[in-house]
Write a protein that binds this ligand. Sequence first.
Ligand code: AQP
Length: 332
Amino acid sequence: MLNEQLVSYSGVQPSGNLTIGNYLGAIKNFSLYSEKYKTFYCVVDEHAITVRQIPADLRRRTYETLALYVACGLDPEKNTLYVQSHVHEHAELAWILNCFTGFGELSRMTQFKDKSTKHADNINAGLFTYPTLMAADILLYQTDVVPVGIDQKQHVELCRDIAERFNQVYPGSFTVPEPIISKSGMKIMSLADPTKKMSKSDENTNAVVYILDDKDTIIRKFKRAVTDSDTCVRFAEGKDGINNLITIYSCFTGKTIEDIEREFDGKGYGDFKLAVGEACADALAPVQTKFKELTADKTYLESLMKKGAEEASYYARRTLGKIQKKLGFVKI
Ligand code: AQP
């Protein structure tokens, strides 16, 4: 809590073009908190470099991710939108928290295991300590809730453990945050392998629907989505591909699973896939229009970055100062 107000915090890495997984699992839900909470939404560029990035791409995507926040409905007057590397307190608190995090705890993180398999040539210490930087992001703002996709739940739980451990030694240091997982868009799966999460860094671009894909591309990708040999549109065990498409269709239309099963009763997968593609493209169209407007004005985006960094720094400085004092660091 900050100044008696509940706080919502989350972030997205500019590590690739954002997907409908990022949209449905995270960004779309961020604006639900704007009225009742003090909200901080960050473009976490420091997290992105745990995997090698091409500098020009990272720079472009940082602007684009900020623009997408606004295009997806986050009003910069009501939400603090900023870039992680503009607030140096994140890296400083991360170091402190590293000293309160167990090697065993970090070793158990499934994202570390997955990413170190995927990037076997670059298993760096940053990839390993990614969750402590994420804990610093969250704890700097005395966060109450963290809206994330289910894949990030384990990291938020570790953040809670770190906060509780720190509070035991230095009482009253941090608010202990709760992960908030949206039920519907909790995990959007790859269209090519529906047992795998849809990820922006997937090399198979047909497996992923990007927020900025045009309508034809979206429809084509859904048409090619892997399903099964059955022909009936129903949500059931063993039908991972169809279950994923039903989830996506439900998220974009607000229809329940039962409504969807009824709507496509007696129709084949072809009709269903086309409907999913159209619903997705129609829902994303206004986001894409707004995104184009925003990215045409770099000066405006830079003014948002500056404003967001100033707002975030104020609170980050306050928490870091308090923690340094508790630890016994000398102030000059
Ligand atoms: N497929 C998904 N379904 C639901 N939610 C998802 N999120 C990501 N993919 C899905 C949520 O999006 C937020 C931002 O994610 P991130 O940028 O921090 O990194 P990530 O979870 O590692 O996402 P990606 O797309 O898989 O990125 P890469 O490929 O770079 O690793 C988080 O709240 C996440 O849960």
